[in-house]
Design a binder for this molecule. Structure first.
Ligand SMILES: [Zn+2]
Length: 296
């Protein structure tokens, strides 16, 4: 009897606390096996990779939209035409209750944004990007509907993961402000100005970032206050390793290479190293630093 227990011990491992109960810790052999599987996945990449380019479409983006659109079009050509497992789309996020979004745009996303399908065709992606408007009106909102975009995108990622758990999902979030529902006192006094009609908030951004393989928040506001303080700071400790932030200024002169590197990283470790290895050393080091560590 004792010899059976002795033989079984290395496989059972020790007990560890999980919530209210004790469960067997996976043996070293099992953990090694899982680690090898994870390494293999990182090295070979996902079976298919979706890149969601989210654009804030409120007036605050006016000075930057041209640059961001131009860079994203170049990245589209450089990644979709090279890697057939990558698809991408452009999504717009504005304000709730802004009538111009509802009135003028064919592909609306809720009452706040613009929708597009994932595509592997770079010309189609460029059409989506060029079609993305920036609205002059500020609507009635003080904030943008980042929380509802996050909620809707999280649902799509969940669905893709359900169909194929080895699908990658990367979010490029070009923004300049913050989501609704952060100050309960203000919401109670002026729900039409401060609250989200669906009562969503920061928790939806946490969920989106944790479901994605990585969410990159790219700040386009001159003072860098809104996106960093109102959107990224409240979620960063709840999304470790899943979200990062940098300002357009941090990527001056290397924005195209940084975004391209982000997509290559999702394709595979080899594609990322091949790409960064092809860049001049100074650019390669700046790009790698921004992608791996962000600036926030
Ligand atoms: Zn909302």
């Amino acid at each position: 009897m004792s010899s059976i227990i002795t033989k079984a011990k290395p496989n059972l491992g020790t007990l560890v606390q999980a919530g209210d109960s004790l469960v067997p810790r996976p043996s070293y052999a099992v953990r090694d096996q899982l680690a090898r599987k994870l390494d293999a996945k990182v090295a070979s990449g996902f079976e298919d990779v979706a890149v969601y380019s989210v654009f804030d479409i409120t007036h605050i983006m006016h000075p930057y939209m041209h640059v961001v659109k131009s860079v994203m079009s170049d990245v589209g050509k450089e990644t979709l035409n090279v890697h057939d497992k990558v698809s991408a789309c452009a999504l717009g996020v504005g304000e709730h209750r802004a009538n111009d979004v509802k009135r003028d745009i064919a592909f609306t996303l809720g009452d706040y944004g613009i929708d597009n399908k994932l595509t592997k065709d770079s010309d189609e992606l460029i059409k989506q990007i060029n079609f993305m408007p920036v609205f002059d009106s500020e609507g009635l909102d003080f904030y943008s509907a980042y929380e509802c975009l996050a909620h809707d995108l999280a649902s799509r990622i969940s669905f893709r993961k359900m169909i194929n758990e080895n699908s990658g999902n990367v979010i490029l979030f070009f923004g300049a402000g913050g989501p609704h529902c952060q100050d309960q006192v203000l919401i109670q006094v002026h729900p039409e100005l401060f609250g989200c009609p669906s009562n969503r908030g920061i928790s939806d951004l946490v969920k989106m970032a944790n479901l994605s393989d990585h969410t990159y928040f790219i700040d386009c506001h001159p003072d860098g206050y809104g996106l960093r303080s109102l959107t990224y700071a409240p979620i960063k400790h709840e999304t470790p390793g899943k979200s990062s932030y940098f300002h357009l200024r941090d990527a001056e002169g290397v924005l195209k290479q940084t975004i391209t590197g982000i997509v290559k990283k999702a394709v595979s470790k080899k594609a990322f190293l091949d790409y960064t290895g092809s860049l001049p050393p100074q650019i390669s080091s700046k790009v790698t630093q921004l992608i791996e560590y962000g600036k926030g």
